[in-house]
Design a protein around this ligand. Structure first.
Ligand code: TEU
Ligand code: CA
Length: 549
């Protein structure tokens, strides 16, 4: 059994990973092609974002058929080969299950629209408040109302995401049974992990107007959520102790996560939460430009580390995914200290208590897309908000500036493999443009360079396996009020680990509140450094110090 506390999970967005057949779209064969690269990096699981049949309005998060593979990505044979080839390299597969909603092209929804009562109950249809007025004032996460009117039926259906993503009705037992069947089907194929998309939104509460928000408080961590997860666990993945699960928790509370990911709750192995990735938002408002609040970031990370430990619950720790801008552009630097800052950010996460996730390209320090024209964007959320921002009165230029910082496409440009055209991602026309910096930032170059970001990640992954304190240690903050340094202590039996990160370019002198006697340098982003009491931390300097009593 793979111990998920010692594991590192690598996220692949297949569409942008590697194209094996020249159509400009990454595919499953492309993933098989790059398994040796992933083995070299040392990851234990790969999480593949959805590759099921889909109209791709939301790049596969709009599933039309959960049992079939979208021909764009390959065939079931390719998938089986992938499971087998990955297994040979000690890598397991984690699939991405989108069960809050389906695509509006799913057979169930089509039948519902055609008037089939059975399938109508699979979704959430409601009459309007008054003629033509939506049942509630809830907003879609992708902009606009969360309700869509169907004139033929005289009713609205709920879509918390795009209008092409109708929400499923989990209160209907038949829906839950269908979902169990799907999971069992993929378990049969040898899948050893599941990521559940926005799974804390599946249990809807009251359908009431939200006087002080967008409606999320009525459906987030809803009334039956824990029962539904326990049931799913008992009926499906809970039967196989080797399976690892992670729930994507949107706007969740820590109290709920104690249960979702509690060691004894019988729900999930771990959870993603996003509070630390909203420190450059204005409250919940993402489409604004505000500087990242470091003290807030620290406090959120620390609170979650301590809280989850106290309640024997497990975190997924991460900076990046396909919905987030690139972390080196966001909290580090694209300039002179690109490499140092990327390694610092890696150290910060990989030293924590929780299972680290690496999103494709993060391990080579890929940066934001740098798009300057709307025609370069593909993401439905970005396209919607580009329009909405202008409707609100912003100039085109201002709207661009916001997209350049916050668009999900920042994380979706193709993986940069080599110096060659299109970064070696495809020899066709890529579905989304490759970042112009691929000649400087690419995997090939970093594999050859011992001091690269890639090799730093490789070492961090190895250290988690070698040192129990990294995997199992308790967590305690150090020098919490420091305005530019983030530091913490991990302890396990006779082992101690100190992690220190200078979050900024500016040099700073740092006094460790702990006695450093006997600590040795484990890893860091500058050469030659010993564990000494008062140190001068250079630009983005980070290190791990270790001691065994
Ligand atoms: O994302 C859930 C989600 O709410 C966010 O990450 C969202 O993209 C962001 O808040 C928008 O500002 C998941 C998937 O990861 C995402 O790709 C899907 O689009 C979404 O669910 C719908 O399935
Ligand atoms: Ca392809």
């Amino acid at each position: 059994m793979t111990d998920f506390k010692k594991s590192t999970i690598y996220q692949i967005y297949p569409k942008s990973f590697y194209d094996s057949n020249h159509d400009g779209i990454g595919d499953l064969n492309g993933v098989i092609n790059k398994l040796d690269y992933l083995k070299e990096l040392g990851v234990d699981y790969i999480w593949l974002t959805p590759f099921f049949v889909s109209p791709q309005n939301d790049n596969g998060y709009d599933v039309e058929d959960y049992y079939r593979i979208d021909p764009r990505y390959g065939t079931m044979d390719d998938f089986e080969k992938l499971v087998c080839e990955a297994e040979k390299r000690g890598i397991r597969l984690m699939l991405d299950m989108v069960f809050n909603h389906t695509s509006s092209r799913h057979e169930w929804f089509r039948k519902a629209l055609a008037g089939d009562e059975k399938y109508k109950k699979y979704y959430i249809f409601k009459k309007g408040k008054t003629q033509g007025k939506a049942p509630t004032n809830w907003e879609s996460k992708f902009g606009g109302s969360a309700w869509e009117y169907v004139p033929e039926m005289g009713e609205f259906y709920l879509h918390l995401f795009d209008v092409s993503q109708p929400d499923l009705n989990w209160d209907n037992e038949e829906v839950r049974k269908e979902i169990q069947k799907i999971i069992l089907f993929w378990m049969e194929k040898g899948v050893k992990g599941f990521r559940f998309d926005v799974v804390n939104l599946i249990s809807k509460g009251d359908f009431a107007d939200d006087e002080c928000g967008d409606g999320r408080r009525f459906y987030t961590d809803g009334p039956n959520i824990h029962n539904y997860l326990k049931e799913l666990n008992a009926q499906t993945f809970g039967r196989d102790a080797e399976i690892v699960t992670v729930g994507e928790m949107s706007s969740t509370s820590m109290e709920n996560c104690f249960q979702y990911a509690g060691e004894k709750s019988g729900e999930l192995s771990m959870v993603f939460n996003f509070h630390h990735l909203k420190v450059d938002f204005a409250g919940n408002e993402k489409w604004v430009l505000v500087p990242a609040d470091f003290m807030k970031l620290k406090k959120i990370l620390f609170d979650w580390q301590e809280g989850m430990e106290k309640h024997q619950a497990w975190n997924a720790v991460f900076w990046c995914n396909h919905d987030q801008p690139r972390v080196v552009s966001r909290f580090g630097s694209e300039g002179r200290y690109w490499k140092e800052s990327a390694k610092m950010l890696a150290t910060l996460i990989h030293g924590m208590r929780g299972t680290p996730y690496i999103y494709q390209g993060e391990e080579i320090g890929m940066t934001n897309a740098g798009f300057t024209d709307i025609s370069q964007y593909r993401d439905v959320e970005s396209l919607n908000h580009f329009r909405i921002l202008q409707e609100k009165g912003l100039t085109r230029e201002d709207a661009y500036r916001i997209l350049q910082v916050h668009s999900r496409d920042n994380g979706r440009t193709p993986m940069q493999w080599e110096k060659t055209e299109n970064g070696g991602f495809t020899d066709g026309t890529p579905w989304i443009e490759v970042n112009k910096n691929y000649e400087d930032i690419n995997a090939m170059q970093q594999l050859e360079d011992e001091d690269s970001i890639f090799h730093y990640y490789q070492k961090l992954i190895r250290l988690r396996k070698e040192y129990d304190v990294i995997a199992y240690g308790s967590f305690r903050t150090l020098d919490e009020q420091n305005p530019s340094v983030l530091a913490y202590m991990r302890e396990h039996e006779d082992q101690k680990l100190i992690v220190v990160c200078n979050f900024y370019e500016k040099e700073v002198s740092w006094e460790c509140p702990e006695e450093l006697e006997g600590f040795r340098y484990l890893i860091g982003n500058y050469k030659g450094r010993e564990g000494k009491k008062g140190v001068r931390l250079r630009a983005y300097e980070a290190m791990m110090l270790y001691k065994r009593e």
